[in-house]
Design a protein around this ligand. Structure first.
Ligand SMILES: Cc1cc2nc3c(=O)[nH]c(=O)nc-3n(C[C@H](O)[C@H](O)[C@H](O)COP(=O)(O)OP(=O)(O)OC[C@H]3O[C@@H](n4cnc5c(N)ncnc54)[C@H](O)[C@@H]3O)c2cc1C
Length: 495
């Protein structure tokens, strides 16, 4: 039976769910608070530059392909993904570069160049990461709705030591401390500390090796535009700049949503792509909630936040030592991570991710110009940092560091700039405490212990996106959209 489905939020999770449900003929209406789709993948357009707001590393193209195939379309008619090599260039605190290469033999050669004694250990690490992938990857594609679902995964968790923190796990195989950091930073890509995030999430490293690390020509914004176009072609209604302020609940069922202008929209099924904690806390009255009480929401552990500066220069920097994706590690590692995840204010130092997409795709900047974004992990708003006064000096420190070490004369050549801080995540993206990736991917917030894709409270309310199973990152939230769509309508796709 065709259902009236309301989707709250046009991030990747919402777009995946909406497209899959529209492909099955359901009447889908999507409400997005911002003036454009994408959520974290919003694309800013400033002075002729296109800056991707968030995700830049695209993995598992088949997850996108499936969405288009379900609608009888070919993804390549909507956007193009090109593979990158190296995946990442990681700079030591002294500015020396390590290339995280695509082919295994190139990666081993790079390890040998840096630390010959670690070649054998790296081989073993690859094998162990592959075992984790082989055992757990399929779980990212199916719902975890009951605690009993966890029973089957506990024995392999233990035998593969996948419960260990990523950094201690990697340290069992790798001796060089810089390489330990290089091979264990992946949890940061999904909002967790490498020191504590269970090594089960190291399956991401195998995901990269299996499907590659890609860039979308035109930027991630082209992917968002493609998913939006597909949704329109399927007859779904998209309402931008329209905030949902309440999920209406009657007799333990979601009956629709109330918009900021007071309009009531009825629905048979509601899919929420807004942050889970924020949605339960602010969109559903407290007296209706028995599982996600305010107390429980307050006690959950949230990911770190981010400070991101998008900037364009009127000159190119092709002579710099930078690759497309760069990670710049700081002298302090464990101490800095502890500062960030224990909310100890704003440290003086930082580690950075520096994106230089014009290295691959000059079309996203005016001719002769270079486009960048630089990202620094910071605490959530729990740290008490006053970003209204601290953002500018923090921005200045990061830009000066880049000018001194990587991009000569940077500040004299700036022609476009914008930055976001934890307040953006809280106020613009409706994310609880300004967390950039929703809930932390901790052992006790994974699988069935993470908020479910079908609400534990209201059987026709579904959650997709970073705060729910299987977690943060574009591939994971696309999977959450698939899981929710299949829970709503398990019939096979028309094609
Ligand atoms: C700076 C940054 C870099 C990242 N880099 C990568 C990367 O390279 N690769 C990768 O895979 N992942 C990356 N991630 C993580 C990834 O971007 C996210 O996990 C993922 O995009 C989140 O998708 P989502 O479905 O949870 O939706 P979100 O992106 O969180 O979007 C939710 C949408 O819902 C809307 N919304 C919320 N509440 C309401 C409401 N009440 N009414 C209407 N609309 C509402 C919001 O405006 C938003 O548009 C990055 C994240 C950030 C922040």
């Amino acid at each position: 039976m065709k259902q009236r489905v309301v989707v709250i939020g046009g991030g990747f999770g919402g777009l995946a769910a909406a497209n899959r449900l529209a492909a099955k003929g359901h009447q889908v209406t999507l409400f997005e608070k911002r003036d454009k789709l994408g959520g974290r993948g919003y694309q800013y357009e400033i002075n002729g530059f296109k800056f991707d707001g968030g995700p830049t590393v695209m993995t598992i193209p088949p997850l996108f392909d499936e969405i288009f195939a379900a609608a009888g379309k070919d993804r390549r008619d909507y956007f193009e993904l090109v593979p990158l090599d190296p995946y990442y260039r990681i700079f030591s605190p002294d500015g020396e570069a390590f290339d995280y290469r695509a082919k295994e033999e190139d990666a081993l050669a790079e390890v040998a160049r840096w630390s010959p004694k670690d070649v054998e250990g790296y081989r073993k690490l690859l094998t162990q990461s592959e075992r984790i992938f082989d055992r757990f990857y399929a779980d990212t594609d199916r719902p975890y709705l009951h605690l009993r679902d966890m029973a089957a995964i506990m024995p392999p968790m233990i035998s593969l030591r996948a419960f260990m923190g990523a950094y201690p796990f990697v340290s069992r195989y790798i001796k060089d401390d810089f390489l330990r950091r290089v091979f264990s930073y992946h949890p940061l890509l999904i909002g967790g500390s490498p020191l504590t995030t269970p090594a089960i999430y190291m399956l991401i490293t195998k995901v990269e090796r299996k499907w590659g690390v890609h860039y979308a020509l035109g930027g991630t914004g082209a992917v968002v535009a493609g998913l939006g176009r597909l949704l329109e072609e399927q007859g779904a209604r998209i309402h931008l700049a329209t905030e949902v302020v309440e999920i209406i609940v009657q007799n333990r069922r979601a009956t629709g949503v109330r918009l900021a202008d007071g309009t009531l929209v009825e629905a048979d099924e509601v899919v929420c792509n807004g942050d889970v904690a924020f949605a339960y806390r602010h969109l559903i009255p407290a007296e209706q909630r028995h599982v996600f009480t305010n107390r429980r929401i307050d006690r959950m552990q949230y990911s770190m936040s981010l400070f991101v500066i998008y900037f364009g220069t009127r000159r190119r920097y092709l002579d710099s030592k930078l690759a497309h994706h760069n990670v710049i590690l700081n002298h302090r590692y464990k101490g800095l991570l502890k500062d960030i995840f224990s909310h100890r204010g704003l440290p003086e130092d930082f580690s950075l991710y520096l994106h230089m997409p014009t290295k691959t795709d000059p079309s996203i900047a005016p001719e002769g110009c270079e486009s960048f974004y630089v990202l620094s992990p910071v605490s959530t708003l729990d740290s008490g940092v006053n970003w209204r006064t601290e953002a500018r000096p923090y921005r200045d420190r990061i830009m000066q560091f880049l000018e001194d070490n990587y991009l000569p004369d940077l500040q004299a050549n700036l022609v476009a700039e914008h930055w976001i801080d934890p307040l953006h995540f809280q106020n613009t993206l409706n994310s609880y405490r300004g967390a950039a990736f929703g809930l932390q991917p901790s052992l006790f917030q994974s699988g069935a212990l993470r908020p479910h894709n079908r609400s534990e409270e209201f059987p026709n309310l579904y959650f997709v996106g970073a705060g729910t199973h299987p977690g943060a990152g574009v591939p994971a939230v696309l999977s959450s959209g698939k899981i929710a769509a299949e829970l709503i309508d398990p019939s096979p796709s028309p094609d």
